[in-house]
Design a protein around this ligand. Structure first.
Ligand code: SAM
Length: 207
């Protein structure tokens, strides 16, 4: 497996952050559990992929919500996956950079606070997810959106996160939106979004 210089930088970042991720991220990665509960309203998916699964918080949540599902997690960082592996059973984990579809047969693909770290590559990742979904499958995203304070945006940039709300127009264009909401955090210091979209049927294809 070979990684780009940018990907190696992210791996080094998470080599240390993997140790404190679960203890710290609950205080700002908002909406993760709420999104999963919204997804459950659409019925239990059979095959699930989480891209950028990190330490496995969502994988564990989905294992509880969807006990019969076949669940796969993929992440760039071996250190994050090591933490995930300790808390999960019956979940397949892969170390990879998500720059191409994996198998094209998932009912649900989740990106949770991952796409805003994919730069370059977020558009390609959304297109790959569309190919990884079977027709009618659900793309689910919870992630940072805009932040108006320049200093805060800069700080997040140092942590490899882009806070420029660029994901949502492409998601709306590529998927049929079922959930599309925006929320503010800490009195408006930043906003985050939740999106659930159904893969559109290909013209002349199955649906
Ligand atoms: C902020 S963490 C979110 C972890 C988890 N989804 C959650 O909500 O707790 C972002 C994760 O995306 C992973 N990541 C970043 N770029 C990636 C890429 N190109 N392919 C796969 N994973 C990637 C990072 O290694 C990291 O574990």
């Amino acid at each position: 497996m070979t990684f780009t210089a940018k990907e190696t930088t992210l791996q080094s970042y998470y080599a240390w952050h993997a140790r404190i991720f679960d203890a710290t991220r609950w205080s700002f990665l908002f909406g993760r559990e709420r999104l999963l509960r919204r997804v459950a309203d659409f019925g239990p998916p059979k095959r699930i992929l989480e891209v950028g699964c990190g330490t496995g918080k969502n994988l564990l949540g989905m294992r509880r919500l969807f006990p019969l599902a076949e669940i796969t997690g993929a992440d760039l960082s071996a250190d994050m996956l090591r933490v995930a592996r300790k808390k999960l059973r019956n979940v397949t984990l892969h170390q990879l950079s998500y720059n191409a579809p994996i198998c094209g047969d998932f009912d649900m693909v989740l990106f949770s606070y991952a796409l805003t770290m994919f730069h370059p590559g977020w558009e390609n990742a959304i297109r790959s997810a569309a190919q990884d979904l079977r027709p009618g499958g659900l793309l689910c995203v919870v992630d940072f959106s805009a932040a108006h304070c320049r200093l805060f945006r800069r700080w997040m940039g140092l942590n490899h996160v882009r806070m420029d709300a660029r994901l949502w127009p492409m998601l709306r264009a590529e998927f049929e939106a079922l959930v599309d909401t925006s929320h503010s955090a800490y009195g408006g210091l930043w906003h985050y979004g939740m999106f659930v979209g159904r893969k559109k049927a290909a013209l002349g294809g199955r649906s």
